[in-house]
Each structure stands twice: as structure tokens, then as C-alpha cells.
Write a protein that binds this ligand. Structure first.
Ligand SMILES: Cc1cc2nc3c(=O)[nH]c(=O)nc-3n(C[C@H](O)[C@H](O)[C@H](O)COP(=O)(O)OP(=O)(O)OC[C@H]3O[C@@H](n4cnc5c(N)ncnc54)[C@H](O)[C@@H]3O)c2cc1C
Length: 384
């Protein structure tokens, strides 16, 4: 048998791929981990740029706590329903807004410092054998590895190579993102919901440390009949009273939502992050799930049964969460967002629970649902 080029090849050096590389090297410091990406270090990624408290915990567990910095911290938020009802406040554990070209470069630097090798290459296919995986590169060349981790995002080539179809429209959102000048007094994460056919969409404005706002609008693909123009017009309509939306240049991308997630592992190939369809269907948050699934896949990659180990750990970590977010996502309508904002204004624990379900690993018990209903039907207690 010819020698392997690497113990683990990770395709894609975004949050999921870097987390996988770091986690594998924490299991075995001398493991040969090769990170491949078609783009150079420091590339942009269309995203809202926020790193939530849970994602920060994962970064710390990977020894990559410097992925976020104090000056990027944002604690205040405001959630506004379609009718204009709102709830705002400050979270006890803050989030961070970090431009993705900066976050991803910091993570890649951390992975390389830990011992990973980075090569710029586009992966064309990943045919698997009984005892190894051969990664075929566009333009010629192959790399042989014991295990391949597909962290190559929403249009994953690795995922297609193992026979998993792309996400269906029912489990896809489309979003556009741009940058606007930040009004001096705006220092909170702002989300404003918007009714669309058979569901709900939202616009966001998140303050960055460099004096801008990351702004955008995302909707279920099934509700986007007018392409990006529709998304850009809806964005302007929702946020024109908050900031100057006129000069914003948008870029768009898909978000593969978690209820439609494929098999996350097949033999010697493991899928993480967007390649595994792990974006939260309630919020569009994907960075935390990419980091955490990457951490689990990297830790399992060097074991004797990488696929079963990874599948089991992923199910333990997110099985209940996925079940409950899928349930809640089916109820996402303008009326349920109104009810949620009303309940959250009445009861802080309800607000925390909702944030943990939408941005973390939260789940719902029968007691939570009773508490939510009580807070929803109660007359308004708190002012926004
Ligand atoms: C408009 C928009 C807004 C969003 N807002 C948020 C938000 O506010 N909060 C949040 O948490 N998430 C948000 N997300 C989701 C988030 O961006 C993703 O979930 C996250 O980037 C997934 O990380 P990943 O590592 O799985 O994949 P990616 O970050 O997509 O990284 C994939 C990497 O693979 C590389 N690659 C792709 N194909 C190949 C190939 N064939 N060969 C080699 N390399 C390849 C790419 O160059 C890239 O570097 C948003 C997404 C969009 C589109």
C-alpha cells in the first residue's frame, strides 16, 4: 500500500475546517493534518459576522480564544416584530462581531501554529476506498488520507462525492449582506422581522469594531420569487429609518438549514458546518454549529471508527436541539414572532431560552412551553 500524504485532509478552511484541524491536533500533536482551501487565507465570506457566546466557548475549548477580541464585543440587542413591537436588552455573556476575513484568518493562523499545513487548492472530487480516501484536485493532482473532513460550505463538493444530494428548497434560505456606515448612536445587534409568503424573513444590522454596520436580509428560498432585487428592496424598506441604506453593495449566498441535514458521515468521510447542513433554521446562525461540529469531527477523525464516533457525538450534542428547532421552525410565522416578543418582554427566562434555542444548543421541555404560554397570554409587564 502506498504511503498516505496525510492522516486527515480537511477540505475548506472556514470555521468548521479550522476547528476540525485544531481538534485533531489536540488529540495527537504529531498528526499530519492538511487544510485545503480554494481561496487564500483572509478571504471574505458572506455572513452577518457575529460570534455568539457558545461559539466563544468552543473557540476556548480549541485553544483558539484569540479568535475574538475585547473591542469586538457587543452586548446589547433589539428584536423588532413585523408590527413594530420590540424587546431589547443586554446579554450577560456578550457576543462579538468580527469581519469574517479577520475571524477566519485568525482561526487558520491558530490551526497552522498548532501544526496543520495549509495549501491553496480546489478539490474536485473525493472518491473513497476501503482503507483510505483520495482527494482529487482541480487542475490535476491527488492527495491520499486516512480520513477526509468536508468543511467546504453550502455547495460542498465532498458532500456530493459521498452521494448526499444538495439541500432541498424547503431547507434553504437565501440572504444578502453588505456594509453601511454606522450611525454614532447605534451600538446594538438589531433584527427586524418581515412577513413573506408562508413564513417570515428578517433584516439585520450588526455594529462592527471598525465603525460600520454589517447589514442584510434573509428569507426562505421558497419565498424569494424576485431574486436578489427582492431581498435588497425588502432590506431597504425595513431599515431605511435606522441608517443610510442607499450606497450599500450586497453579495448573496445560500444557508443550508438544519432540519434538512444529510448523513454527517460515510465511511472515512465526515461532513461539518454548512457542508453538513447545520445552520439554525430559527436564526440563520451557522458559525457556532460549524465550529462545534468541526471540533467533534476532528476529535473523532483519528479514532478507529471515525464515522460512528462522530455521528454519535453529534447526536449527543445536538440531537435534541435539532429536533426542537425543527419543531419551532415549523411554527415560524409573523403571529408566532409577535407572541414570542410579547412573552420575552414579560419574562427574562423566556427570553434567555429563546436566545439559547436560536443561537446555541437549547431545547424545549413541556415546562418551558407552559411558561412561554403563560408569559404570552399575560398582559404586558415590561416596557421595551
Ligand atoms: C448572508 C449570510 C448571513 C449569515 N449570517 C450569519 C450570522 O449572522 N451568524 C452566523 O453564525 N452565521 C451566519 N451565516 C452562516 C455562516 O456564514 C455559515 O454557517 C458558516 O460560514 C459556515 O462555516 P463553514 O466552515 O461550514 O463553511 P464556510 O465558512 O462556507 O467555509 C467553507 C470554505 O470551503 C472552501 N471551499 C469551498 N469549496 C471548496 C473546494 N471545492 N475546494 C477547496 N475549498 C473549498 C471555501 O473557500 C471556504 O473557505 C450567514 C450566511 C449568509 C450567507
Amino acid at each position: 500500500m502506498a504511503a498516505l500524504d496525510a492522516d486527515v485532509v480537511v477540505v475548506g478552511a472556514g470555521p468548521g475546517g479550522c476547528a476540525a484541524g485544531l481538534a485533531a491536533l489536540r488529540v495527537r500533536r504529531d498528526a499530519r493534518v492538511l487544510l485545503l482551501d480554494r481561496a487564500p487565507c483572509g478571504r471574505d465570506k458572506v455572513c452577518g459576522d457575529p460570534v455568539g457566546p457558545r461559539a466563544r466557548q468552543t473557540l476556548a475549548a480549541l485553544g483558539a480564544g484569540t479568535g475574538v477580541r475585547h473591542e469586538e464585543e457587543v452586548s446589547r440587542f433589539r428584536l423588532v416584530s413585523a408590527s413594530g413591537r420590540s424587546v431589547s436588552g443586554a446579554v450577560s455573556t456578550p457576543g462579538f462581531v468580527v469581519l469574517r476575513r479577520i475571524l477566519d484568518a485568525r482561526l487558520l493562523d491558530a490551526a497552522v501554529a498548532a501544526g496543520a499545513q495549509f495549501h491553496r487548492a480546489t478539490v474536485a472530487a473525493v472518491p473513497t476506498g476501503a482503507s483510505d480516501v483520495v482527494v482529487t484536485l482541480r487542475g490535476g493532482g491527488t492527495v491520499r488520507a486516512a480520513v477526509v473532513i468536508g468543511a467546504d460550505g453550502a455547495n460542498s463538493v465532498v458532500r456530493c462525492s459521498i452521494g448526499e444530494p444538495p439541500s432541498r428548497d424547503a431547507h434553504l434560505a437565501l440572504a444578502v449582506r453588505g456594509y453601511a456606515d454606522r450611525p454614532q448612536d447605534l451600538r446594538e445587534l438589531l433584527i427586524r422581522w418581515h412577513p413573506v409568503a408562508h413564513g417570515i424573513a428578517y433584516a439585520w444590522a450588526f455594529p462592527t469594531a471598525d465603525g460600520h454596520m454589517n447589514v442584510g436580509y434573509g428569507a426562505p428560498v421558497s419565498a424569494v420569487t424576485g431574486g436578489r432585487k427582492q431581498l435588497e428592496s425588502a432590506f431597504a424598506l425595513l431599515l431605511e429609518n435606522v441608517l443610510d441604506t442607499s450606497g450599500v453593495r450586497f453579495t448573496g449566498h445560500h444557508l443550508p438549514l438544519s432540519p434538512g441535514r444529510p448523513r454527517a458521515a460515510s465511511g472515512r468521510v465526515l461532513l461539518v458546518g454548512d457542508a453538513a447542513g447545520l445552520v439554525n433554521p430559527l436564526s440563520g446562525e451557522g458559525i457556532f454549529y460549524a465550529l462545534e461540529s468541526g471540533r467533534l469531527a476532528g476529535a473523532a477523525a483519528l479514532s478507529s471508527r471515525p464515522d460512528t464516533g462522530y455521528r454519535e457525538h453529534l447526536a449527543q450534542r445536538f440531537g435534541r436541539h435539532h429536533r426542537d428547532t425543527a419543531f419551532a421552525a415549523r411554527l415560524l410565522r409573523p403571529v408566532s414572532v409577535e407572541a414570542t416578543i410579547h412573552a420575552a418582554r414579560n419574562d427574562d427566562p423566556v427570553l434567555r431560552q429563546i436566545l439559547d434555542l436560536a443561537l446555541g444548543d437549547g431545547s424545549l421541555s413541556a415546562r418551558d412551553i407552559v411558561r412561554f404560554t403563560r408569559s404570552w397570554i399575560a398582559p404586558r409587564r415590561r416596557t421595551p
